[in-house]
Design a protein around this ligand. Structure first.
Ligand code: SF4
Length: 103
């Protein structure tokens, strides 16, 4: 028995609800710095679908990766998924970034 469309919609709905409970204190500079040349040549653009917070979007018009680093959950999935290993990934500075509620 596989995952159905209804299962997927329920899963996405639950992620959206959980993301709504988080607090963010974004830095003024991005802690996620993809290599623009590699992104342009990347066939899969895995970051655009692996990220649970939908931080990455490929712009066909601009031919560049849009990075909404302010929404990053610091999970590291994009760093692992990048087939070119060309994502300069760091945690945000000091008290910046996402805060998760406990319990
Ligand atoms: Fe998205 Fe996780 Fe990468 Fe942040 S670290 S951009 S949440 S995949």
């Amino acid at each position: 028995m596989g995952i159905t469309q209804i299962d997927m919609e329920y899963f996405i709905m639950n992620i959206d609800k959980k993301l709504f409970t988080l607090k963010y204190s974004p830095d003024i500079q991005s802690h996620l710095k993809p290599n623009k040349k590699d992104c342009k040549n990347c066939k899969t653009k895995a970051c655009t679908f692996i990220c649970p917070a939908q931080v990455y979007e490929w712009s066909e018009e601009k031919q560049e990766l849009i990075v909404r680093y302010e929404n990053c959950l610091e999970c590291g999935a994009c760093r692992i998924a990048c087939e070119h290993k060309s994502l300069d990934w760091k945690y945000p500075k000091g008290t910046k970034g996402v805060t998760f509620k406990q319990g």
